[in-house]
Design a protein around this ligand. Structure first.
Ligand code: ZN
Length: 243
């Protein structure tokens, strides 16, 4: 089975469209959350994701905030301003779709899925080997897929010496998957590794291959839309620079 693994779309419809086109035909799509927040097109993104066949989709922290389930004061000023816009803009049926998404981890075959981490699915960032180490006790499957950091990354537990190896996948290079590894496909709509291209991954469930991928999209068009809506300028600038 060929699975598209994507996360952190963040209202960036042009990036989402580019990813879906670049991924080609897939058997399933696993979306790790944060459909909204930051970007200008929360409705288009939710509607496009809803239409994907054989979809598994989790709730991210920005989605939780857009549903009013937490105080916006937990977010910094710019993130809060764009969330306020999303709360105003989201159509009722798109809100209903977000409400239907699970905040918990999901297990599919050999993989556990979470937005942030298996230990704290919505909020925790697996950003270093210590947080990765603590999370291996919270899932039993050979693999775990998370988003939330907006960085394409790999954390592998070496069970012989109980140590973590941290790595960044080489884009487009098929990577054989070794059991007890946490993979992050990166962010579709707001990459933060200084590469502005939209990030995602393809998971081959039979060959056990992970392929990190990047695709260009029209960043200038999304920036223009952010400015037109008077959303924070910072969110336009960062798209061109990938942070
Ligand atoms: Zn995010």
């Amino acid at each position: 089975m060929r699975v598209l693994v994507l996360s952190d779309i963040h209202g960036n419809y042009d990036a989402l469209q580019a990813v879906l086109k670049d991924a080609g035909e897939v058997d399933e799509t696993w979306c790790l959350g944060d459909l909204v927040g930051y970007g200008p097109e929360p409705n288009l993104c939710v509607e496009r994701v809803r239409d994907i066949p054989n979809l598994t989709c989790l709730l991210g922290n920005h989605d939780v905030a857009a549903l009013g389930r937490m105080p916006l004061s937990a977010f910094n000023g710019d993130a809060r301003r764009s969330l306020e816009y999303q709360i105003r803009a989201l159509y009722a049926d798109n809100v209903d779709f977000l409400k239907s998404l699970p905040e918990t981890t999901q297990v599919h075959g050999e993989a556990t899925l979470a937005h942030g981490s298996p230990r704290d699915p919505v909020w925790e960032y697996i950003i270093n080997s210590l947080t990765a180490r603590l999370n291996f006790e919270h899932f039993d499957t050979p693999f775990c897929f998370v988003g939330h950091t907006h960085l394409q990354s790999i954390f592998r537990l070496n069970e012989k010496d109980d140590r973590i190896t941290l790595g960044a996948p080489v884009v487009d290079e098929p990577l054989p998957m070794v059991p007890r590894t946490i993979f992050n496909p990166g962010s579709v709509g707001q990459p933060r590794d200084r590469d502005p291209r939209a990030a995602y991954a393809i998971y081959d469930t039979e060959a056990h291959i992970w392929q990190a991928r990047r695709v260009e999209y029209d960043v200038a068009a999304v920036q223009a839309r952010i400015r037109e809506l008077k959303l924070p300028e910072r969110h336009a600038v960062r798209l061109a620079e990938g942070w």
